[in-house]
Design a protein around this ligand. Structure first.
Ligand code: FAD
Ligand code: NAI
Length: 476
């Protein structure tokens, strides 16, 4: 007789492991199927986020930022330490240690919550009284049965036709996180989140970075005011060479390096010579080999599982969450969907407000936003008022040597309700959360403006931006 579970989660990325933990907390008998192998060949939990995404990229961003601070910023404080040297092997070792701690941490949480980790890849076989799923670990195969299934199989990097990724010279996110030395010339295709974050890491450590972006606009999803400020920071101030409106042609790899042929925004054919190339042009959902066809699961032509607002698929008791379904491909979105689905299975009625999911790009400065941009709201015909305040006028930002950037808050012109908030600053990732909470509680700009903010803190800039919505900023 095969093993039976109340809830089986397929995939142990942030969506899957949070779903499994919440379901176990709610008293279900839970299993999670995961077969990811790390470079040492060990099976690990944590998915893209912990192994080759959020966590390792932030470790490298921190190391490279510290290096850059020594090189370019500590002098202003009167600190001289000679010229900085970067031991890339040690930096990578530190990153791997952090990843190891985090993935082991999930194993601990699984044990603590009595979640069965079924090691291998899951494939639906049939649906009858229960869903029958095969768990395959190489040649070892096991059949299990599930009353409820949560599909959390995530996504993988999208590659471009005719450009084979070996993850040594031509890399997606996996290879780009493991370079053993700083490339002299780094090419990046795609000026999205991965391209800008990982491009920043290697630029700070000394690589000449050229980013080739298909779109004519830079960071199209962000507010135009942020686009301008970020463009200035990344290109003029930091020297990243970003080319917009390009069309990628042939890519050839020789012993001497990689040549990327492309057409520029004036339709002229150009060549980029580089030593390493990162392809960061988005991600595709993981549904290959899942056996969706065996149970009649609806999957779009692009491999995404179809779900409603409550992550319900077309099949009873089958849910899908995270990168494998619609919406932003973000770890915190996957996590919240995971917890919500577990609660739904328990008969609760959780709610996720998709309009208050924050976005953060961990470059320097960081870019963070929640809600809508001024351009989106105007296009929707919403009457708005906006307030903006720069960090330059904030004592804490000056003390920290981080005076660049601003906070912009957009509110409804009549009700004053906050509709969007946009921050560009070294610490935007932490500051945005106040505005996420405000939007979740349907706050008005005046609510933020009337709350006492500690002094001196960067959060005073958030308050000043809220005051500026009513044209009464105090320190400007
Ligand atoms: P995943 O994390 O992709 O996990 C899916 C898991 O399912 C994998 O472990 C996979 O092995 C497993 N799986 C797949 N198919 C099967 C199967 N058939 N059987 C069993 N297991 C299966 N997001 C942020 O919010 N903040 C960030 O800072 C951030 N940084 C990122 C940096 C990089 C370089 C990248 C690439 C992504 C980053 N992301 C970030 C995005 C984030 O990693 C994803 O949104 C998140 O991991 C999605 O979680 P998930 O649980 O849906 O899927
Ligand atoms: P992305 O969608 O952020 O950016 C891809 C970029 O590549 C876009 O600007 C697109 O116009 C461009 N592009 C697409 N095809 C192209 C082509 N043929 N030639 C040139 N440019 C092309 O995707 P990315 O950077 O790969 O990241 C994937 C996802 O992972 C992100 O969308 C995000 O959801 C998640 N992520 C989140 C992070 C965070 O939250 N800080 C960090 C990294 C990734």
């Amino acid at each position: 007789m095969s093993k039976q579970f109340d809830v089986v989660v397929i995939g142990a990325g942030p969506g899957g492991y949070m779903a499994a933990i919440r379901a176990a907390q709610l008293g279900f008998n839970v299993a999670c199927i995961e077969g990811w192998k790390n470079p040492k060949g060990e099976m690990v939990l944590g998915g893209t986020c912990l192994n080759v995404g959020c966590i390792p990229s932030k470790a490298l961003l921190e190391s490279s930022e510290n290096y850059e601070k020594i090189e370019h910023q500590f002098g202003d404080h009167g600190i001289s330490v000679g010229s900085a040297k970067m031991d890339v092997t040690k930096m990578q070792g530190r990153k791997d240690t952090i990843v190891g701690k985090m993935t082991k941490g999930i194993e601990f949480l699984f044990r603590k919550n009595k979640i069965t980790w079924l090691k291998g890849f899951g494939r639906f076989v049939s649906a009858d009284a229960a869903y029958v799923i095969e768990v395959a670990n190489g040649d070892v195969k096991e059949m299990i049965e599930a009353k409820n299934v949560i599909i959390a199989t995530g996504s993988k990097a999208r590659h471009l036709p005719g450009i084979p990724v070996d993850n040594i010279h031509i890399c997606d996110n996996e290879g780009a996180l493991t370079f053993g030395a700083v490339p002299k010339r780094l090419g990046v295709i795609g000026a999205g989140v991965v391209g800008l974050e990982l491009g920043s890491v290697w630029r700070r450590l000394g690589a000449e970075v050229t980013v080739l972006e298909a779109m004519p606009t830079f960071l199209a999803a962000t507010d135009e005011s942020i686009q301008k400020e970020a463009w200035k920071a990344f290109t003029k101030e930091q020297g990243m060479n970003i080319k917009l409106g390009v069309k990628i042609g042939k890519v050839t790899q020789k012993k001497t390096g990689i040549t990327v042929e492309y057409t520029d925004d004036k339709d002229l054919v150009q060549k980029l010579e580089c030593d390493r190339l990162i392809i960061s042009v988005g991600r595709t959902p993981n549904t290959d080999g899942l056996g969706g066809e065996n149970i009649g699961l609806k999957i779009t032509d692009r491999g995404m599982i179809e779900v409603d607002d409550h992550c319900k698929t077309n099949l009873p008791h089958v849910y899908a969450i995270g990168d494998v379904v619609r919406g932003p491909m973000l770890a915190h979105k996957a996590e919240d969907e995971g917890m919500a689905v577990a609660e739904m299975i328990a008969g609760q009625q959780p709610h996720i407000d998709f309009n208050t999911i924050p976005w953060i790009i961990y470059t320097s400065p960081e870019v963070a936003w929640v809600g809508k941009t001024e351009q989106q709201l105007k296009a929707e015909g919403v009457e708005i008022k906006a307030g903006q305040f720069p960090f330059m006028a904030n004592g804490r930002a000056l003390g920290q040597g981080e005076p660049g950037g601003f906070v912009k808050i957009i509110a409804d012109a009549k009700t004053d309700r906050i509709l969007g908030a946009h921050i560009i600053h070294a610490h935007a990732s932490e500051l945005i959360q106040e505005l996420v909470v405000a939007m979740e509680f349907k706050a008005a700009a005046e609510d933020i403006a009337r709350i006492v903010h500690g002094h001196p803190t960067l959060s005073e800039v958030v308050r000043e931006a809220a005051l500026a919505v009513d044209k009464r900023a105090m320190n400007m």
